[in-house]
Structures are given as structure tokens and as C-alpha cells.
Write a protein that binds this ligand. Sequence first.
Ligand SMILES: NC(=O)c1ccc[n+]([C@@H]2O[C@H](COP(=O)([O-])OP(=O)(O)OC[C@H]3O[C@@H](n4cnc5c(N)ncnc54)[C@H](OP(=O)(O)O)[C@@H]3O)[C@@H](O)[C@H]2O)c1
Length: 329
Amino acid sequence: MNQSSQDQTMAAVAVEGGKGPAEALKPVQIPRPTPGEGQILIRVRAAGVNRPDIAQRQGFYPPPPGAPDTLGLEVAGEVIEPAGRWKAGDLVCALLGGGGYAEYAVCDARHALPLPRGLDAVQAAGLPETVFTVFANVFEHGGLKAGETLLVHGATSGIGVTAIQMGKAAGARVIATARGAAKAEQARQVGADVAVDSTAEDFADAALREGGVDVVLDMVGAPYFDQNLKALKTGGRIVYIAAQGGGTVELSIGRLMQKRAAITGSTLRPRSADEKARLAAEVERRVWPWIEAGQVRPYIDRTFPLAEAAAAHAHLESGAHLGKVVLLT
Ligand SMILES: NC(=O)c1ccc[n+]([C@@H]2O[C@H](COP(=O)([O-])OP(=O)(O)OC[C@H]3O[C@@H](n4cnc5c(N)ncnc54)[C@H](OP(=O)(O)O)[C@@H]3O)[C@@H](O)[C@H]2O)c1
């Protein structure tokens, strides 16, 4: 580039006052980021909106050291300043430590992936955060195998629709729960073998009717803990990625031992750059073929212009969405 990217500004979104409600998200002009060693500069075309962005906006989820303090964990767009395997003009989607709600973003070249064949930037922008999270938690920590049964909560969330489809693509049987009959029906349409309206039925009873489950992907936490353990087959694994309904539980060690159960969980964002690079390579090898074969497809509920990030957050917080909300830059 002729002019240093530092001298240029770009459209972005900031949280007025540092934290606040959705309306605190305001369009701003900030300096365009400069890629460091091993990083690429991306002209962002679309940026995924994720529940952790809401937690960050509210002041509960500070960015890890070294990450931009603006929101946005995933983008898709065009490589402007290349590094690693990329050349200028390549179309990529990428996992970011932050800073995705902007016209330009930088990331470690190893955290970018080619757009899956057949997908555009809007569809691809919603992939990295959910696909990396589901892959790491369901397949690596949870060890889901073909022929096993996966229980997915929050079935209509960005994570939920991805987990249902990835579980099915891997040859597992999938039981999904959602709050409300309409959402349970949506989960069935996304591909769940069994969908349970958790407001109307004890999901553990429904799971036991199916023979129990091997892996649970849970984002609800305390309110579902006992039922998760009840639903588990001997040798089952419960994997936590959030605890939206409460994070403290009382555990009967006896029940844990009887089930020979494992309880684990993880977060994606604070992982090291090398660990994210390893995950990216695994996702490209294992999950990209599922996407390119149409076995896992993006569900884009709605798009909003970048300047309307406040409306995008309000929409996600309303819970009316199926899949992902995406910002267009
Ligand atoms: N650990 C990680 O690395 C990681 C990475 C990414 C995301 N996450 C977490 O994964 C979750 C989903 O993220 P997302 O971006 O896909 O969010 P999202 O689309 O906004 O979905 C949130 C989901 O959680 C459900 N939910 C919330 N509170 C609940 C409760 N008390 N009982 C039952 N269900 C409840 C919602 O159900 P309704 O539709 O019925 O409201 C909805 O399905 C979030 O908690 C997020 O923080 C974790």
C-alpha cells in the first residue's frame, strides 16, 4: 500500500461510554488497523454477530490482551495486505480476537480460511465463531463419534443450528431442545432427529426414551445440570460453552461415578494464536468438506448495515432469530 494504513480511518462501531444497552452501539470513524508480523489485513464485507458480543457490550466479557477493544469475533472479506498462504484479492473468512465490526480487520494469517465453495461472504461471515466452537467442544472435548447421540440445547441459536448439522454430518443421532414449540419445530427442520420443547417437557425423559445421550453441548448451565446428568448414558460427556441460566451447581459425586461421566467445557477466545491455528487447520480439513457438500449450511436470519449494529444486537437479544445475524460493511 502506498499510504500507511495507520494514516487512514475507517467506519466502525463503538460502545458509547464503554458499556451499555444495544443503543450504546454507535457508528464511529477510527484508525484503520495495521497488520503485524504474520497478520493479514482484510477489507471486511460482512461480520457475524455473536452472543459473546452482547456480553462484551454489557461489560462482562473484556477482550483478551492484545485484541482490539471493538466488538466482532468473525468476518468475511477480501485480503488487502497478504501474509502466510494468502495473496491480495483472496476471499477469506476469519476468526478474530475482536474488531470485526469495521470496514477493515487484521488477523493472524493462520486464523483465516478460504470461503467454502458455493458460499458468499455474508454466508461465510457467520461460520468461524460457531464452527470453531462446535468443533472444539463437541468433537475434541466431547469426543463425539459416528453412531453416538448428541444432545444440543439452544437449538435455534447460531451455535445450536451449527451443532445439529455438524452432529448429523458426523453420523451421530441428534436430540435438540429449544424453548417453545415453534423453535422445536425449527430445530427439526434444521435436521434434529428429535426436538424437545423444554418449556413443555422434561428433556431428560425425552432423551431417555431415545436410549440416552453420549454428549451434551450445553450453554444453559445450572438449570439444566441435573437433567443433563440424568439424560447421559454410561460414559457420557457434558461439555459447557456458557452458563446463561446460572453457573453454580451442586454435584452428586456418586451419580458422576455411577455414570462414569465426564464434565468439561471451554472458551474459544482466550486460546493462544497457535491453538487457534491448529483448530483452523482441523476445521478446514474436517468441516469445510461438510459445508461444501451441503451437509452443513449457514442459516442467516437477518442482515443489517454496519451502522445499524444497535438494531442487530436488539434483534439477537429478542431471541426471535434462527441461526445467525450478520452486519454488512
Ligand atoms: N465457550 C465458547 O467458546 C463460546 C463461543 C461462542 C458462543 N458461546 C456461547 O454459546 C451460546 C450461544 O451463542 P450464540 O451466538 O449462538 O447465541 P444466540 O444465537 O443468541 O443464542 C442463545 C441461545 O441460548 C438460549 N438460552 C439462553 N438462556 C437460556 C436459558 N436460561 N434456558 C434455555 N436456553 C437459553 C436461547 O434460547 P431462546 O431462543 O429460547 O431464547 C438461544 O437459543 C452463548 O451463550 C454464547 O456465549 C460460547
